[in-house]
Write a protein that binds this ligand. Structure first.
Ligand code: FAD
Length: 530
């Protein structure tokens, strides 16, 4: 029912009102009908304008002020008496661009309202930003302008401050050399900076996937726990394998923070969103320096290991060589003693032989005592890519001097391997040394090392472009003392030792069958050795 329908219905009802209707009710209904027909009393509108918290003024078509309310006084400092008769331009600070006024008046001339910001001056001269709406009020051929404005200086200052701070933070974060990204709880990247995008270009993929993958491989870091406990973390070092064999070392830290939802839906029931700010500083240079120190130490360790191994082999050989003559002298002495028992002669010769046997036994025991003892190594967790890189850096001088091209193709992220680091370094050094020896004098000299994950195993291929191993010798090359290197100083124990090391890790070491050009040794190591 429209107001007009309601009004005529009430009018009809009052015309034939029941006789027993209380006069008070009839009077109230008549008042209501009166209100509906004549509209609200004008005084209601006057009071509404007067009490409004918005500064209201009414001007004629030239901008001369005819009326101003109380709030106008509060906002501008001018009392209504001071402004009535003056032009609205008395509020102008003379710093609002003329174009704004032209637009304002242009709208009003078209009998349309205008809204915008003006820079006004109060009575005391102080400036304020006014959010102004001016609407034309047309009564017959008369035009008035209703001006409504409020001081939004604080809002403007706040907005400016926020936007300045935002711009400052954004430019600092953007220019920061630290790789920075903001993640939501679903690991979605919300924001990134320039360093992050440069890393993405280098990696050729979304860095966050690789970073989170590497972090997940780091002991003590699990996304579910970090997210559930909202635990901040710092100084987790990870390495990312870049295309073409380069490596980027990053020191990662994460800080959780909460942000209230600003949408009106959550005005009375605040809702918080949680984000993780992940910052990763590049420590590759530092790491390289540390690696150089570690490589030198490793080189020294491997040289020492080779020396110890050589010494062990020499002493074992000497014991073996000495044992034969001692056994012979002992046999001769035994024979002589049996005969002497019968004749009682040759006591001087027996004494001399006994002394020779004793001296020989004594020499054997001195040699045994001189055998260097290597304490057993413990199993620890490490990254096989890093271990291989270490061994390659130790072998670099030899590889360079032999003119060998290295094709190093690690799988970017490898799970941690539990094993004996020193022993595995010796194993891979042995395979690389063999490959270098095999390629000597060859026209094409290329060493290719790849790592891969296959189910629960890590697979490392060490391939060379040497002459390869003939089928007939495929099994024999792993036998102790077997060597194809005639006159070589090595004893043919290298691959036997390599296989022994792999066995200690419950893995396998084999030659890849039908390898097309050269030879490829494949090491397969279980990720969880028994
Ligand atoms: P003006 O010469 O007064 O005006 C600048 C330009 O506006 C001129 O180039 C002209 O093109 C145009 N112009 C001015 N008067 C008219 C007109 N009568 N008809 C058509 N075009 C015209 N100004 C403020 O700075 N602050 C306010 O809070 C404010 N409130 C206003 C409220 C109302 C209801 C109205 C109608 C106007 C209001 N104005 C306000 C505008 C004000 O009237 C002046 O136009 C303005 O202040 C500029 O004054 P001026 O002396 O610098 O230049």
């Amino acid at each position: 029912m429209t107001p007009r329908d309601a009004s005529s219905a009430l009018s009809e009802f009052l015309a034939a009102a029941p006789r027993d209707m209380p006069p008070a009710v009839l009077a109230a209904l008549r008042d209501s009908l009166d209100l509906q027909q004549k509209g609200l009393p004008a005084q209601v509108f006057v009071e509404a304008v007067e009490q409004s918290a918005v500064a209201i003024s009414i001007a004629d078509r030239r901008g001369k002020i005819l009326y101003a309310n109380q709030a106008f006084h509060q906002v501008t400092g001018y009392t209504p008496q001071e402004v009535v008769g003056q032009n609205e331009s008395m509020l102008s600070s003379k710093r609002t661009p003329n174009l704004v006024y032209q637009t304002l008046w242009g709208r009003l001339e078209q009998r349309k309202s205008w809204s915008g910001l003006l820079l006004n001056a109060r009575k005391d001269g102080s400036l304020y930003v006014a959010e102004v709406t001016i609407a034309p009020v047309i009564l017959g051929d008369q035009v008035f302008y209703l001006g409504m404005h409020r001081d939004v200086t604080q809002v403007h200052q706040l907005q400016q401050k926020v936007s300045n701070q935002k711009a400052l933070i954004e430019s600092v974060v953007e220019a920061s050399p630290i790789v920075t990204a903001l993640l939501d709880e679903q690991k979605q990247v919300i924001l990134t900076n320039g360093a992050y995008r440069r890393l993405a270009a280098e990696l050729g993929q979304e860095p966050m996937n690789a970073i989170l993958h590497c972090l997940a491989e780091t002991p003590g870091w699990h996304w579910d726990t970090v997210r559930a406990t909202r635990r901040n973390f710092e100084h987790y070092e990870i390495s990312l394998a870049l295309p073409r064999g380069a490596t980027r070392w990053l020191n990662c830290s994460g800080v959780w923070f909460h942000q209230g939802d600003a949408t009106p839906d959550y005005f009375f029931e605040p809702q918080q969103h949680t984000y993780l700010l992940l910052a990763a500083s590049d420590v590759t240079t530092l790491k390289r320096q540390q690696e150089a120190v570690a490589t030198n130490a490793l080189r020294a360790t491997l040289v020492e290991q080779e020396m110890v191994q050589g010494l062990q082999e020499t002493i074992e050989g000497a014991i073996y060589q000495l044992q034969g003559p001692i056994n012979l002298i002992q046999a001769a002495l035994n024979l002589l003693e049996r005969r002497s028992d019968e004749s009682g002669s040759n006591s001087a010769l027996r004494l001399a032989l006994r002394q020779a046997v004793d001296a020989g036994q004594n020499a054997l025991s001195v040699l045994s005592d001189a055998m260097p003892q290597v304490p057993p190594e413990h199993f620890t967790a490490f990254n096989l890519n890093e271990l291989l890189r270490d061994v390659l850096s130790v072998a670099t001088p030899r590889l360079l001097s032999e003119g060998i091209e290295v094709d190093w193709q690690p799988t970017p992220v490898l799970p941690a391997l539990i094993g004996r680091g020193q022993r595995l370094r010796s194993l891979f050094k042995q395979l690389i040394d063999n490959a270098i020896d095999a390629m000597r004098g060859r026209r094409r000299r290329e060493l290719r090392i790849t790592t891969a994950v296959d189910g629960g195993h890590l697979v490392v291929d060490v391939a060379d472009t040497g002459p390869g191993v003939p089928d007939a010798l495929r099994l024999r090359v792993f036998e102790p003392f077997f060597t194809t290197k005639s006159g070589h100083r090595q004893s043919g124990m290298g691959l036997a030792m390599a296989r022994e090391i792999v066995n200690e890790h419950s893995g396998t070491l084999d030659l890849v069958a039908d390898y097309p050009s050269g030879c490829c040794f494949r090491v397969v190591l279980p990720l969880k050795p028994l």
